[in-house]
Ligand binder design. Structure first.
Ligand code: SAH
Length: 229
């Protein structure tokens, strides 16, 4: 058992019990039955203790296939959605990956578990702090950034893979520019009510191909940081 010191007076236990592990295994089988076949994705989701990314009051819901509220009015993505986006990225070990929308840090942990070099960016300070505090205690060490993911991370690119975990009205041009040639971006695009998952591949310096797959509902990709409003 690891003890996590969050605030001077508040100690949170990072427990992953047999019960949690059992529930997680069932969830992974449910996701497999829904059509996710990449064994590396399923293995990573079996390894990451999702309950530790949610508020205590929602612990009992961590292993049902649903999105849930986290702080700052945001959500932790539904496990199937995390699996779908991760599979669509076609992740290989040691790839350089950018995630826009750290949120709870759960998707980031799944990517780290798959051995990528992850950069993750969040516009809500409280979420950025939460994930930056939690992930290293679970053994995951992505680089965390507080800022506007619309702009990507120009000085850290190009990225082999880019995953956007908030719904965009259109594909941010700077993210396309930061994709390596041969790289893939997975991004939900649409209006507030629903988005389609776009999978964009950079075929050449000025050449991109695009496919669409599946309907989803994400919280919106918003410009700027929450502090700037
Ligand atoms: N990947 C997260 C999902 C969080 S929901 C998880 O596994 O829990 C999407 C997140 O995107 C929210 O936390 C929201 O604050 C963030 N977001 C929205 N617009 C953003 C932007 N322009 N830059 C960075 N993060 C953004």
């Amino acid at each position: 058992m690891v003890i996590l010191q969050v605030k001077p007076q508040k100690v949170v236990k990072l427990e992953d019990t047999f019960r949690h592990k059992g529930l997680r295994k069932k969830l992974v089988e449910e996701i497999r039955a829904k059509g996710i076949h990449d064994e590396n994705v399923l293995r990573a989701m079996n390894a990451v203790p999702r309950h530790l990314f949610m508020d205590n009051s929602f612990m009992g819901f961590a292993y049902v296939d649903k999105a849930f509220p986290i702080s700052a009015g945001q959500t932790i993505s539904q496990p199937y959605t995390v699996a779908f986006q991760t599979e669509a990225l076609q992740i290989k070990r040691f790839e350089k990956v950018l995630e826009v929308g750290t949120g709870s840090g759960y998707q980031a942990a799944v990517l780290c578990e798959m051995g990528v070099l992850l950069h993750t960016i969040e516009r809500q300070r409280s979420l950025y702090e939460f994930a930056r505090n939690l992930l290293p205690r679970l053994g995951y060490r992505p680089q965390f950034f507080y800022g506007d993911g619309y702009l990507g991370l120009p000085t850290y690119g190009p990225f082999d893979k880019i995953i956007v975990t908030a719904g965009a009205e259109s594909v941010p041009p700077m993210l396309k520019e930061q994709l390596a040639v041969g790289g893939r971006m997975v991004i939900p695009v649409g209006d507030r009510a629903h988005q389609v998952m776009k999978i964009i591949t950079r075929i050449g310096e000025n050449d991109y191909s695009e496919t669409e797959d599946g309907n989803f509902v994400f919280v919106p990709l918003l410009p700027g940081t929450a502090d700037q409003k």
